[in-house]
Design a protein around this ligand. Structure first.
Ligand code: HEM
Length: 428
């Protein structure tokens, strides 16, 4: 069987049309109904190019294969010879210059990826990771100190966005509360929120993305210059001075890596934490279970949050050879979107997947990707930020609960929670 041309490929009705912006305006639960149908009836299905505001598609823009089963996501992710990242990693296309300037080794393949990832990995020595863990614990405590007596407010704004934002600023070694810290946190927040008028401030999507990434890069380059001659204890300094196979990163590579982290380290964790507050408010039985044995159940709770939320909903690969996935013929050059949010609800992998269950075991979720060379390099730090939050918040503000319907982002990449009004009382 040959693969149909784009014009001959099937088009889906509105309820299964992953290329429609309207699809992503629906609640997660409604989208999961659609993914469940795709998993059952069309596990590998072809869709039109996304109605992107970054680079709007024309009639000739190719669509993509949607990979919805856990097993198929793993297979594609682990075969990086056949399925590459260098042709783009998101469902929607971006101009090449933006990919080069902001995706770093996330969008590299083969030896180049191995080398740049290798250099960055040198910065995450056990000693340095312990240092970051200590920052995380102290910022979690400091944040609860700041908000505990307020008793109510938007917990996304007051806490969820603050913790990774402050840790991200620590990465640059900037003074807490300084202008640089403010710039970095603000730019990281706006960079990926080009569809949000509060972040775009009248700019078009591409300008918003490019300008905010540039603000992060300017700070990163200035800090890199400084720390090359004056090594210190922060991530910029560790990365600038890291070597792997006799190679160091140049200024542009450093800038691209730190603008990648603006989304990879910051947004992902922020939304995981925001959703964690929502989930425990919606599932008081699970909060009671957690509080009964906080030390024993924290790890399981973190994994279940990552599975249930799928903070990163997809990543894309491009086939370089003709092949098959899940019985479907794929042509060289075809795009494949790995739907982690669907794999995480795959009935063949998870019992009763729509149940939020912090005791779930095993829990081989795809929250940090589906394995292979691009598996999240910051998984341990992401976990630590969620864990420190649950420990600090549910020990000192244990009755934290949402007081209004939360607001979600319209976003096909990050499962974003925009606002969550909450109330709490102090326990200590
Ligand atoms: C809960 C928080 C986080 C989630 C859900 C998350 C998720 C992911 C996912 C799904 C991938 C792609 C995996 C793939 O396609 O195979 C990834 C890659 C990556 N993440 Fe994370 N991440 C988180 C936190 C972090 C943190 C804290 C850092 C940095 C310290 C980080 C740095 C990266 C980098 C640099 C990559 C690219 C790796 C590569 O291409 O080799 N992430 N992350």
């Amino acid at each position: 069987m040959s693969t149909p041309t784009d014009t001959a490929r099937p088009t889906w009705g509105p309820d299964l049309d992953l290329g429609a912006r309207a699809f992503w305006e629906q609640p997660f639960e409604v989208r999961e109904e659609a993914f469940a149908r795709l998993r059952a009836e069309h596990p590998v299905s072809y869709h039109r190019a996304y109605e992107s505001s970054l680079l709007p598609p024309d009639d000739d823009t190719p669509g993509f294969w949607a990979i919805t089963k856990w097993e198929d996501c793993r297979r594609v992710s682990r075969d990086a010879e056949t399925f590459v990242s260098g042709e783009g990693v998101l469902m929607e296309d971006m101009p090449e210059v933006v990919i080069l300037a902001t995706t770093s080794f996330l969008a590299m393949d083969g030896p180049e990826h191995r080398q740049v990832r290798g250099i960055v990995s040198q910065a995450f020595t056990p000693r340095n990771v312990r240092k970051i863990d200590a920052w995380i614990d102290s910022v979690a405590k400091e944040l609860v100190d700041e908000i505990i007596d307020l008793g109510e407010g938007d917990i996304v704004d007051l806490y969820a966005k603050q913790l990774p934002g402050r840790i991200f600023a620590f990465f640059f070694g900037v003074e807490p509360g300084s202008d640089d810290m403010h710039t970095i946190m603000e730019a990281a927040e706006r960079m990926l929120a080009w569809d949000d008028p509060n972040c775009a401030l009248g700019r078009d999507a591409l300008t918003t993305f490019a300008e905010e990434a540039e603000r992060i890069q300017e700070v990163a380059m200035a800090r890199a210059d400084h720390f090359r001659d004056n090594p210190a204890d922060n991530l910029v300094s560790w990365v600038v001075n890291a070597t792997f196979e006799d190679r160091v990163l140049d200024d542009w590579e450093i800038a691209a890596f730190f603008s990648l982290l603006g989304s990879a380290a910051n947004d992902t964790t922020r939304h995981s934490i925001g959703h964690a507050f929502r989930l425990f408010s919606e599932h008081p039985d699970q909060l009671a279970l957690l509080r009964e044995d906080l030390d024993g159940r924290l790890d399981g709770a973190v994994e279940e949050i990552l599975r249930y939320v799928s903070p990163v909903q997809h990543f894309r690969r491009t086939a370089v050879n003709d092949t098959t996935v899940g019985g479907q013929e794929i042509k060289a050059g075809d795009k494949l979107v790995l739907w982690y949010c669907s794999g995480n609800y795959d009935e063949d992998q998870f019992d009763d997947p729509r149940r939020f269950d912090i005791l779930r075991t095993p829990n081989k979720h795809l929250g940090f990707g589906a394995g292979g060379p691009h598996f999240c390099i910051g998984a341990a730090l992401g976990r630590q930020m969620i864990k420190a939050t649950l420990r600090e918040v549910y020990t000192r503000m244990p009755d934290l609960h949402l007081t209004a319907e939360p607001e979600f982002q319209v976003n096909n990449f990050i499962n974003g929670i925009h606002k969550a009004e909450a109330a709490w009382t102090r326990a200590d």
